[in-house]
Design a protein around this ligand. Sequence first.
Ligand SMILES: Nc1ncnc2c1ncn2[C@@H]1O[C@H](COP(=O)(O)OP(=O)(O)O)[C@@H](O)[C@H]1O
Ligand SMILES: N[C@@H](CCOP(=O)(O)O)C(=O)O
Length: 300
Amino acid sequence: MSSGVSPLPVGRVGAVSVPATSANLGAGFDCLGLALDWRDQMSVTVAPTTTVTVTGEGAEDIPRDESHLVLASIKRGLAELGHTAPGFDFVAHNTIPHGRGIGSSAAAIIAGLALAWQLARPDLELGLDFVLELGIRIEGHADNAAPAVLGGAVLGVGERAAPQLVSLDLAPQWRCVVDVPTVVVPTSTARKVLPDSRAVGESIAESSRLALTTLALAGAVGPEQLLAATEDPWHQRHRGDLMPQTRDWIAALRAEGFPAVVSGAGPTVLTLIADDQEPPTHEGFARHVLVPGAGVRSAL
Ligand SMILES: Nc1ncnc2c1ncn2[C@@H]1O[C@H](COP(=O)(O)OP(=O)(O)O)[C@@H](O)[C@H]1O
Ligand SMILES: N[C@@H](CCOP(=O)(O)O)C(=O)O
């Protein structure tokens, strides 16, 4: 993006908040996702050496060196913007659970790129186009990265790694019921069980259900259509054995008429509701009732 590499001055600061996201929403595998009103807060100061302070989710087990995903993303962003830094004082307060299918790794990458922008371009507004383009490139698909940047629900159309992005005009009534189990399923594990291709009949079922999902989310058809739109999603069918507790809870919710789906690669369960009728709870799942959230924001 810039020719030559220049070191940043010690003391330069960045601070952002970034949302959790729920990807796929049933039939929108790798192309549809929704930001949630559930956020991590992170700040960074350029320093002579690196220190990492983490509170909240992941505080016990994430690395404290530059392999930390946010720090690695800051460095990647700075390299793209033509800068280096001797080190960072990095502070994170994490509330988004890790490895549960609500976009913690996308949030970490997007936060890191946004912090890099703030360090490299202190006089400019947050460069959302930069963060979006590089974030999707790093993730390889847009369904977490795009809503984490833009907020709301975003559909990636066309090429998976470089899609045209369409923000859905969400009908105002939607609320997001998020049931988070304690068990962790890394996204990388949940991707390995997916087949490389699908049959024509499966593609037709999936694309027609995705079309109905977007109509329901936008309020162009009634919210009751979301149950049919989220029937038997392709990725869920293949991931069920990895997360039997999730599969069973989704089946129970759907039997009662709630359009429950696996959030992202799982094992969290997402149910979108359009009225006050909240689904029953289940032992072993922590319940969060949220609204669609804003994208990454400067906290400077
Ligand atoms: N805030 C964070 N800071 C550092 N690393 C993070 C953060 N959030 C996620 N990660 C990394 O991403 C991993 C989880 O990624 P992934 O398996 O894709 O699950 P998720 O569905 O939560 O995105 C964590 O184990 C951790 O290594
Ligand atoms: N489309 C991806 C979404 C992964 O989301 P995450 O929140 O589980 O990281 C997939 O289904 O693999």
